[in-house]
Write a protein that binds this ligand. Sequence first.
Ligand SMILES: NC(=O)c1ccc[n+]([C@@H]2O[C@H](COP(=O)([O-])OP(=O)(O)OC[C@H]3O[C@@H](n4cnc5c(N)ncnc54)[C@H](O)[C@@H]3O)[C@@H](O)[C@H]2O)c1
Length: 481
Amino acid sequence: MKTNRRDFVKMGTVAGMGIAGIALTGSEAFGQKKDKTTASAKHDPNIVRVGFIGLGGRGSGHVHDSITVGGIEVVAICDINQEAIDNVQKIIAKNGMKAAKAYTGSDHSYEDMVKNEELDAVIIATPWEWHVPMAVASMKAGVPYTGVEVSAANTIEECWDLVNVHEQTGNQVMIMENVCYRRDVMAILNMVRTNQFGELIHCRCGYEHDLRGVKFDVETNTLKIGKEAHSEAQWRGLHAVKRNGDLYPTHGLGPIGVYLDINRGNRFLTISAMATKARGLSKFIDDHVAKDHPYHNINFNLGDIVTSMIKCANGETIIVTHDTNLPRPYSLGFRVQGTNGLWKGEGGGEWQDAGEQIYVEGKSKPHVWDKAEDWLKKYDHQYWREKGEKATGAGHGGMDFIMLNDFYDAVRNKKPVPLDAYDAAAWSAVSALSEMSVARGGALVDFPDFTRGQWIKRQPGFGKDLQFPTDPERDFINTLF
Ligand SMILES: NC(=O)c1ccc[n+]([C@@H]2O[C@H](COP(=O)([O-])OP(=O)(O)OC[C@H]3O[C@@H](n4cnc5c(N)ncnc54)[C@H](O)[C@@H]3O)[C@@H](O)[C@H]2O)c1
């Protein structure tokens, strides 16, 4: 699938690209790629040819859910672990599809995959430190659409790499932030866009998830971490040894970023973050292994609770919480508050979730919370009304299906991705910026403007829903640009 010059100009207008005088040269300049196979001429343009890098818990789920979405062919898969490859080949075979070409054998086998294969899209679900090198290689190899798991980037340099390579190649990168597609989160988007809460003033969110059993493999009377362990315990727990900041901000901040039109009329300006002492992971070791076990020598740097406060250009504040080392039920701790009311989404996002409450002045009984269910049903998003039944059974209550469907819709129709390089950079930057702020005792740190000034003009595009009118005041202001 190729992106022609007109498509690129269209994408550039929407995404606000090409304003920094970046030279676009060579065959990659307009999101084009070289023909890699002669078979490409016979390819059905309605079928998206996908390559998957990283086939662990998340990547294998993406393969399964992508097949359920339909209209795709799994052309190639890549992992350093043969078991993971075999497992995914089984998923492909079970669905009656042809085996994918497997790339393995080295940490850099993915480079051969993106260079050799004719791919319309690549999906990356590897440990965090591989996200940006892989996304950059994919875009540079001419793959027009790359989806990258969360968080997209670990450092400010990596955030800029995503933006710069996207602008230089014209190829798209989407941050696969599935919570933006959660059913209640999308219903609240409809409520925000139809002005039910008035002008937004303050938001809260976070990642409040007891990950002790993910950072360690828990076995009878012992634990494993790092090379001795499996899956995320191989790598995720090690970040808690070295780093101290909000290491996983985007599940909360993605939806809030969409509500607040971040990078599209608004932007994050500054952040201040503080971390508590670190006790949870050491106590977990104390509770599981003998007193003389070498794991007692591990000193964790990551504070058990990291709280960041962000100030936005349009005057809102956001409190973001990272809470992954202590015993607790799951929550993303949402609060979206405006001049006319608020949503409080404390729980896991199920329809009947007791944690979800809404108050809308003039509609709710004065000073009394409404249970959110009726509101959420009334404002159910078009994506869910149309696809909700099919999504049932896919990952994370169906939101993974809705997200992948939106991603492949962009690929198939050569549209800008709904959550783009600028979103990936701004949301993921919270990790590195909060680490800087924590290290300086909560000092205020500036966000880079990854859009290079284009945030003023860029228009909201995520989850456009035709049934509900958008905010007339904002629509009027948009006509002025
Ligand atoms: N959005 C969500 O809800 C969600 C849920 C879980 C995980 N994630 C994210 O997905 C990513 C993967 O998480 P996971 O739980 O699947 O981890 P995992 O450890 O189970 O899987 C990672 C896979 O990547 C492979 N890998 C590592 N280095 C590689 C390389 N150089 N080349 C090819 N393959 C390589 C590993 O062998 C493994 O199979 C992480 O970024 C994580 O944060 C997101």
